[in-house]
Design a protein around this ligand. Structure first.
Ligand SMILES: [Fe+2]
Length: 308
């Protein structure tokens, strides 16, 4: 295996957190409309918190946005007396709109995403013909994380790991012993994230997943989505490295990259695009900010015809 200092640093951090009992508290809010898990993670010693992958409710028929999901998160943050340090996005989501700017307006926190968001902005800026007023330099975010960059959540050490494949910019945020892995692995009985969006790559996703699965077996993994699975009618968003290595139906130990790429490519060819991909990508490439209003004061979502 090639040397991987960022992975090694994450593994050391996880082992130290477990040995020292310095582990964060995680509370998850599940949005059944988009099957998204929003995680609120906090350091019990300082009550500093991060909100990860929040959801802005959106009804595509009426074009109405609502803040019901985000308001539940907000109520919890306030009831627990948490100080929000971070609004983290694991990637530019294609299936839900981010509520990070709205939550940031309520409780603060630096808005952060992976540095390769600039490539995603470039691709989707062209697809949506966004014009020069749409900056493609990541400046809509307060912080752009690179692979191996460290940060803190109160007294707890954290590190960002670049895990591309689903999109070019996906990051996993490892906070203490808890890894928030976005769209890479899903629950063992459901498998893995799709790789057929612009910039996606099944071989790259395989390598990112093997990197995550080389972390200590007891590492807690928190997923971005769950869709249920045959024989399971309730939603689950937490598992471990050991459970994924043993039982993930797509990438358990022993599955080769070639096997995975063949399976993933065949499966992706059968999938419809997410219901909310057009509004989601247009808003999330702007860091969750809605497009600017036009001269009549109304904001519009564009739909490129015969493009995706
Ligand atoms: Fe995604």
């Amino acid at each position: 295996m090639p040397t991987d200092p960022a992975r090694d640093a994450a593994a050391s951090q996880i082992s130290a957190a477990l040995a020292g009992g310095l582990v964060p508290v995680v509370r998850t809010f599940f949005d059944p409309a988009t099957f998204t898990a929003t995680h609120v993670v906090h350091d019990p010693a300082t009550r500093q918190a991060a909100i990860i992958d929040s959801v802005l409710d959106y009804d595509p028929a009426s074009g109405r946005t609502r803040h019901d999901s985000a308001a539940s998160v907000l109520a919890y943050v306030r009831a627990e007396g948490l100080e929000v340090a971070w609004q983290l996005e694991t990637h530019a989501h294609a299936d839900h709109l981010s509520a990070a700017p709205w939550l940031q307006g309520q409780v603060g926190g630096a808005l952060a995403i992976g540095a390769d968001i600039v490539h995603v902005q470039d691709v989707f800026g062209k697809i949506f013909n966004a014009g020069t007023e749409f900056a493609r330099d990541g400046s809509q975010f307060d912080r752009l994380f690179r692979d191996g960059e460290r940060f803190r959540l109160g007294s707890i050490d954290a590190i960002a790991l670049h895990v591309p494949g689903h999109t070019p910019a996906d990051m996993a945020f490892v906070i203490g012993d808890a890894a928030f892995i976005g769209d890479t692995l899903f629950m063992p009985d459901y498998g893995t994230a799709r790789t057929d969006f612009p910039g996606g790559d099944a071989g790259m996703l395989y390598r990112s997943i093997r990197r995550l699965l080389s972390l200590p077996g007891e590492t807690r993994l928190f997923l971005c989505h769950d869709y249920g699975a045959p024989g399971r009618d309730h939603f689950v968003w937490e598992t471990t490295v050991a459970a994924e290595r043993q039982g993930n139906i797509h990438v358990h130990d022993g599955v080769t990259q070639d096997d995975f790429v063949a399976m993933r490519t065949a499966r992706d060819a059968t999938l419809d695009l997410p219901r909310l991909i057009m509004p989601s990508v247009q808003v999330n490439m702007r860091g969750g900010h809605l497009p600017d209003p036009e001269s009549n004061g109304t904001r519009y979502i564009k739909i490129p015809l015969d493009t995706l």
